[in-house]
Design a protein around this ligand. Sequence first.
Ligand code: HEC
Length: 154
Amino acid sequence: MQFSKKLVIATCAAILAGMVVGTAEAGKGGSKYRQALMKAVGGHMGAMKSILKGEGGKKESLAGHAAAMAGLARASMTAFPKDSSKMEGPTRALDAIWEKPGDFAKVSKAFIVEADKLAALAKKGDMKGAAKQIGALGKNACGACHKPFREKKK
Ligand code: HEC
């Protein structure tokens, strides 16, 4: 009896602790995930530029990076949950993301379209086409979103 009472208390405490941790993570989770995702996006971008400029990395690796980028573009659609403007933790995401959902959706869609084009060219081994397309991706996706929706570095 004594044992089972202790067990119940311990179980309750564990559940409560789990809830507290869960809530804290939900509060911070959005910006943490978003920043990790964007770091990965930036990493692949840097790796692809290096390959295309002949500064390191094998041409055969380009398709893998481009495919990953196309996947990350899709994941980014889920990285800006609605009320995350109020999330704790440092973030450079501007409120405009949630104030202008139409504009934001447009540029998010462009991210997928441009990344898919790059992935297709890289898969074919079209290095010249890929070099051109990476410029379009940078301009129409990264730049087009960062300019209105990301806070400038202080
Ligand atoms: C749809 C909008 C959007 C697109 C498209 C986009 N970004 Fe971002 N990016 C953001 C926002 C918003 C942040 C700030 C996130 C934060 O601080 O919470 C960010 C942050 C970053 C960061 C900093 C991550 C960190 O916290 O260290 C890098 C690097 C980055 N983006 C690279 C890229 C590159 C490269 C591309 C294009 C291939 C790209 N992004 C496309 C919106 C976008």
